[in-house]
Design a binder for this molecule. Structure first.
Ligand SMILES: [Zn+2]
Ligand SMILES: [Zn+2]
Length: 406
């Protein structure tokens, strides 16, 4: 067993109670002993272990790999915000593994911005999901549209109006996508810190609000008080970001401003943040991503857009919660045809009927449908009626501000 050394700080508890979070500890110790030194970074957290979310910078020891593998090594990992200086102290223990002790400089201990929580408090065994925006490529009301649904949304607001598609995981402070109106959604939900941002794909309705990072992480009058958001991109999403809409160039601009750090996730790689693990899966539509999210024994599948032709992995079957796009409707509530024959939507977007088939195939305990298009010509009350109609499938249509604990 790994045990704490005499320099143990508060953070030892944080490391030892959730090894997976930092990908180090007992299993890593055994790996080092058996296989030699792994590349530095692979078994360490990619972000500051003290929980500020800032990416770790360079290892200050000259030959980190050799030192890490040595019986005595002092690789020093400095988070790039320079708020936390961490010394990972590795020592060969009796028996089969290494002692791992995390020492933080006393004077830096109190500066831990993690949504106002202390170390360890944001490690979660439950998933808490917040639907920031539940609209689709068009929001509701759609500017310029005077249909019944849009007029009702203007009059009533609340659950009748839908902002651009975005989700937030409350424990790890993880935002999925940045639609144009993301700043307004965050403001409505009183979320003032986003430590991590994950993009599902490049489409404009999911990316065009990315400048929100400037507002969240810096103030023109206080440039020294910049904050950092880790941006995670599946490798295929990054490829699209390099080619489309200047997305990658813009994110690199944020990096140079010191308010963001870009990371990539490969297919099959599991990202672990604050006790929540996320695995990215490529979908059938080009550039699209589905996620399997786990915390404790709970499993959530996210497939928030373009599920046409998607064949979910076996690992995604029977989750506690499935979050999926609603899909387009053949008819409006009065029975009029909504999508004409030969319309491109029929070829490239999943219909509500296809969504129902996917739900039956995945067999979740509960389904929440989102990415709800204005063109469906349905209001909040129309979706309530549909929920009753499909009661046996345990479907709920999301609304802006819906919070779910799994
Ligand atoms: Zn979309
Ligand atoms: Zn309308």
């Amino acid at each position: 067993m790994a045990r704490a050394g005499s320099h143990t700080s508060d953070f030892w508890g944080l490391v030892s109670c959730d090894m997976s979070r930092y990908r180090m500890g007992i299993s890593a110790g055994r790996y080092w002993k058996d296989k030699g030194a792994p590349p530095l970074g692979r078994y360490f957290s990619r972000t500051c272990v003290a929980g500020c979310g800032a990416p770790l910078g360079r290892c200050l020891s000259r030959e980190p790999q050799r030192n890490c593998h040595g019986s005595v090594g002092f690789p020093v990992l400095v988070c790039s915000s320079w708020l936390h200086i961490l010394v990972l102290y590795l020592r060969k223990a009796e028996g089969c593994c290494y002692l791992v002790t995390v020492v933080t400089l006393q004077s830096f201990r109190k500066k831990i911005p993690s949504n106002g929580k202390g170390p360890g408090e944001h490690i979660t065994k439950r998933l808490e999901l917040l639907f920031l925006g539940t609209g689709g490529a068009d929001t509701t009301p759609r500017i310029g549209c005077k249909c019944r649904v849009c007029q009702e949304a203007r009059r009533k607001g609340g659950r009748f109006a839908r902002n651009g598609p975005s989700l937030f995981l409350l424990g790890p402070s993880l935002l999925f996508d940045t639609p144009e109106d993301i700043a307004k959604s965050l403001e409505r939900e009183q979320i003032h810190r986003v430590r991590r941002l994950l993009y599902t794909h490049w489409h404009p309705d999911h990316t065009m609000g990315r400048r929100v990072l400037e507002q969240l992480n810096m103030s023109i009058l206080n440039l020294k008080g910049r904050k950092m958001t880790d941006i995670w991109l599946p490798t295929w999403v990054r490829e699209d970001f390099r080619r489309r809409l200047g997305l990658d160039e813009h994110l690199q601009f944020f990096e140079r401003m010191g308010i963001a750090k870009i990371h990539e996730i490969t297919a099959g790689e599991t990202l672990v943040v604050d006790g929540v693990s996320l695995r990215a899966y490529r979908m059938a539509q080009p550039g699209l991503t589905a996620f399997l999210v786990k915390a404790g024994k709970k499993r959530v599948v996210l497939a928030v857009d373009d599920t046409k032709g998607w064949v979910p992995s076996d690992q995604m079957v029977e989750p506690d919660l499935l979050v999926m796009e609603a899909g387009w409707f053949e008819l409006d509530p009065r029975g009029h045809v909504l999508v004409p024959e030969n319309h491109w939507v029929r070829r490239s977007e999943a219909s509500f009927d296809e969504t129902l088939k996917l739900i039956k195939r995945i067999k979740p305990r509960q389904t929440v449908l989102t990415h709800i298009e204005e063109m469906n010509a349905r209001s909040y009350t129309d979706y309530l009626k549909l929920e009753r109609k499909y009661e046996d499938l345990r479907i709920q249509f999301a609304y802006d501000g819906l919070r779910l604990k799994v």
